[in-house]
Ligand binder design. Sequence first.
Ligand SMILES: Nc1ncnc2c1ncn2[C@@H]1O[C@H](COP(=O)(O)OP(=O)(O)OP(=O)(O)O)[C@@H](O)[C@H]1O
Ligand SMILES: [Mg+2]
Length: 283
Amino acid sequence: MAPHSPPDLPPHIAVANHKGGVGKTSTTAGLAAAAAEAGHRVLVVDMDPQGNSTRRLRAALPDNPADRTAVSLAAVLQAPARGEAARIVTPCGWGGIYSEHIDVLPSDLDLELLGLTAGLPSAERRLLRALAGVVDAYALVLIDCPPSLLSHLTDNAWTASDYLLVPCEAEFESVQAARRVAERIDRDRHNLNPDLQIAGIIPTRFRSSLGVHRKRMEDMERISGAEAICPTRFPELAVMKTATEKALPLTECGSQGRDMASLFRDTYAWTRKRISHIQESNA
Ligand SMILES: Nc1ncnc2c1ncn2[C@@H]1O[C@H](COP(=O)(O)OP(=O)(O)OP(=O)(O)O)[C@@H](O)[C@H]1O
Ligand SMILES: [Mg+2]
């Protein structure tokens, strides 16, 4: 049985690819902002010990490393009681509608150590357990994943998820990495989550003038079918780096930023439609 039975609970979406730097965290932050702009409450779960979603969404954490760990997933996931994540829910620090609608379960470097206790019974269900009940207040749960595939953190993220979104550059290694994601789901779904599936592949840093990018789009379609490719293709634009550097919402990064924010709104709308479609076909 799926860990979350729609429509009672919000969709839980892991943002993942087995390649670093392809835009997982940018996609997580961009979709969270789009959800907030639509008036939807969203919980961002930062399952990457790099803590990039935590920083980009300006989830305030104590300066002292030990105190920081204590209020992060690193501490909660050691041996969580059901719903224990509630004690570390931290609002997004962007202000306005973003702070009203986006909450973060922050990450910290010590999350890297969770794998040391991966042998404990049901260890891969720790995140799912910690989230129980906490997620009821949200329309969407987004789980930002580290760029790894066979790791305990990925196991926890995927066990807690219904769907995956895979940001992917239209380049050989990125497409190969996305294919490995699909292969791992097929291989290990019985251990992780029997109903887990890729809801969409999101083309990032796309340049339509490059023949190789157009060619790799065809390869991308072969991973989960053409219908799983998000029609929005994110161009490579410096404003994404500005938003990252300054930890600001794209809407506060000039006209290029507002254009990019609009692409995330399109992607959010597409994702919701796609999930409804998948739910209807599974019913
Ligand atoms: N469309 C884009 N155009 C230009 N720069 C981008 C774009 N998307 C992402 N970037 C930049 O690329 C860098 C990596 O992006 P991001 O952190 O989102 O990737 P990631 O997949 O989460 O990386 P990691 O695997 O380390 O977690 C960041 O500096 C980000 O600003
Ligand atoms: Mg990241």
